[in-house]
Ligand binder design. Structure first.
Ligand code: AMP
Length: 376
């Protein structure tokens, strides 16, 4: 079976790594000639609506995405010619933060207070309604904290408007969360849903830096997250992996956003679950039986941003798995990750003793925020 992937970044690369053993072949479309998945299949370089690449992809048995901002019209056109999964409607909803929040609200999934902003008077009215602190975000094409301004006082309004005001925006109330977490599930075309364990996520400046399997999460939180994600998957008649990112607050969960593709918060599933999110995404997309989402222990993943740290120091940590995405270093760019899996929390703590001397002060603080260290 031949799978076409829109986007040739690290998610496409890891899908191809997972799909090869299943007998799948891959083609990618990416605007960048050095897209890192290109080594693992045939890469078409061009814009998303490239006519020739479109014809080549339409000949694939399945189309899926590694990038959620592929224009919905491109997906809709391909869907008329071959099987596109997840469904284009999931992308259309996820690409616009306002539509995304409205969909979550309709499904009774709690979200932050939100208002559309497209002019200075609307910004003032939204601040009046929602209060400060708040976050001004672009409705479209925002990811990894890009296109966001935190507003803490009235003095922040004009500079933020100067930076973002040329686009359609939303103002979102600031959530005073206890921690952030994410839930990934895979849904098959026949409606079967399997959940991975909750991942605790630690962000800085809007970018995911650490993800860890949550050990004994409160049952109420887990149930609420599963129920919310089930409603979302069913409403979208979704096929593939989907991740819902959430805030845990004293009043329960508040959903932030969803990603209609494999997600960074579940990269640990490659070594830390019986079947990885990448393999299960492809199994669902290709109508193959779903694999077990059972964790193999307690996993922790570090994201490498900008450049990879010294590989030979990290590889001394027993059982550590290294993922170099084969991308050129660039400030802030996701270039790789490392995962460590402990059979039990005690085993993970032993690995952390080996890892701690390798961490800079910034990453030490991330680890302290991961919730894994209590009792270490
Ligand atoms: P987003 O691009 O919406 O996923 O936001 C990236 C990160 O910014 C989140 O994971 C949070 O760490 C932070 N963030 C975004 N929106 C809010 C909010 N309304 N309240 C508090 N933190 C937020």
């Amino acid at each position: 079976m031949h799978v076409g992937i829109l986007g040739g970044g690290q998610l496409a690369r890891m899908m191809a790594e997972a799909g090869g053993p299943l007998g799948l072949r891959f083609s990618f479309l990416d605007p960048a000639a050095d897209a890192c998945a290109g080594e693992l299949g045939s890469l078409h370089v061009g814009p998303w609506d490239d006519a020739e690449a479109g014809r080549a992809l339409a000949a694939c048995d399945r189309i899926t995405c590694d990038f959620e901002n592929v224009p919905a019209a491109v997906l809709a056109e391909l869907a008329g010619k071959t099987t596109v999964r997840p469904p284009p409607a999931a992308f259309a909803a996820g690409q616009d933060r306002l539509r995304e929040k409205e969909l979550l609200q309709r499904l009774d999934i709690p979200v932050a207070p939100v208002a559309a902003v497209s002019s200075r008077p609307e910004l003032l009215a939204a601040v009046e309604q929602i209060g400060l602190p708040a976050v001004l975000k672009t409705r479209r094409l925002g990811y990894d904290g890009k296109g966001q301004e935190v507003l803490t006082s009235n003095e922040d309004l004009e500079p933020a408007w100067q930076r973002l005001g040329d686009r359609e925006l939303i103002l979102e109330g600031w959530i005073d969360f206890d921690h952030e977490f994410a839930l990934t599930a895979v849904r098959a075309a026949d409606g079967e849903i399997r959940f991975y364990p909750l991942s605790r996520t630690v962000h800085r400046n809007g970018v995911l830096r650490l993800a860890a399997v949550m050990v004994d999460p409160p049952a109420v939180l887990q149930q609420a997250a599963k129920a919310a994600l089930t409603r979302l998957l069913e409403a979208l008649d979704y096929v593939g992996c989907l991740t819902l990112e959430m805030f845990a607050t004293a009043a329960g969960l508040i959903a932030n956003e969803f990603a209609p593709r494999p997600h960074n918060s579940a990269h640990w599933t490659i070594e830390g679950a019986v079947t990885s999110q990448f393999e299960n995404h492809l199994r669902a997309v290709c109508d193959l039986p779903l694999g077990s989402t059972r964790p193999r222990g307690v996993s922790l993943m570090f994201n490498w941003l900008g450049a990879l740290p010294d590989r030979s120091a990290w590889l001394r940590v027993p059982g550590l798995a290294w993922h170099d995405y084969h991308k050129q270093p660039r400030p802030g760019r996701k270039v790789g990750h490392a995962t460590v899996v402990g059979e039990h929390i005690e085993g993970l703590h032993q690995s952390l003793e080996r890892i701690r001397p390798l961490l800079d002060a910034d990453t030490m603080r991330l680890l302290a925020d991961s919730g894994l260290e209590a009792g270490a």
